[in-house]
Design a protein around this ligand. Sequence first.
Ligand SMILES: Cc1ncc(COP(=O)(O)O)c(C=O)c1O
Length: 367
Amino acid sequence: MASDVISFARGAPSADILPAAAVRAAAERTLAEDWQRALSYGTGVGHRGLCEWIAGELHEIDADRVMITNGSMEAASLLFHYTVEPGDRVVVEQPSYDRTLLLLGRSGAELVPVPLEADGLDVDALERALADGPIKLAHVIPNFHNPAGCTLSAAKRDRLVALADEHGFTIFEDDPYRLINFGGELPPTMLSADRSERVVHASSFSKTVSPGVRVGYLAGPADQIATLAKRAGEHYISPNMLAESVVWELCTSGALAENVESVNGALRDRRDALVEALGEQIPEAEFVVPGGGYFLWLDLAGDVDTPTLLEAATREGVAFVAGPDFMLDGGESSLRLSFASVPADRVAEGVGRVARALESVRAASPA
Ligand SMILES: Cc1ncc(COP(=O)(O)O)c(C=O)c1O
């Protein structure tokens, strides 16, 4: 086995593209200028300045429609805890983010799987699920999907918002990758199209600053946000004010925008290197080329079992996540490659190792 493992498994950027100097400088300015707020308890809403910046700069909504959370996973957890009851039917995309599947699985909800297409959720399939009974909530990752890499089309966003209005369900728009965009134009958020208070949107600074800052947010109907902020305050008094204060400083100083530009440049190079290496070394693999984000979802021919392939890949010194981790059922012929974690000059070698593992698995069980 190679000693230098190349890991396409981690959904996180490699350390070389984390903004250590910018965060250090922002922390210093914060502790000079916003130290009282940064070092005090806040309320369940979190740092008001950051709420205002998010509301004004990212969503053009009133600030009372935003609350800060310790990462967007916590935002999801709060929303599910206070809106989903055992027995509720909840739509999940297939494949979908494994942590959300786990969280919803523990809520006692009945998970209703709806497949993804190259342009996002299969809305016809969602309509068929609605015909079988009411749905409480639909979890949708609209941009640069984790794990599928796809982006929901504008037409499907409009249909989903209209269906949520007509059938009275909540769309949970889980959108941490929107700003990790390699240059294409994205359709507007479903939050911005919502006229019937049916969309709750979550995002975070995990991808635009770093996962360790644990600063995310929820944006939605003002009443619902006020209630969730009150509940959040009962849990933890306030989210981490020091981290929020540093992020606020990054936002208002322009350092965030600079970081997003440089991270997107590096990630785009990694994505390009991965697409090229796959074309050369595993040409039979099928995938949607992601226009941003961290992930590429590889569909291999039905004869390959990706959990078995992962064992062979580990022996070759390369890692990925096998498809079943992202599915309620199935997924054995798919796998997720994260290009965020592998510098561009290591990508071809990593794909070569996957290709060798594939050869050895196929040789061991010829079709
Ligand atoms: C779709 C999706 N939602 C939520 C999260 C959680 O992110 P955070 O670090 O903001 O909690 C992730 C992280 O990878 C994700 O991919």
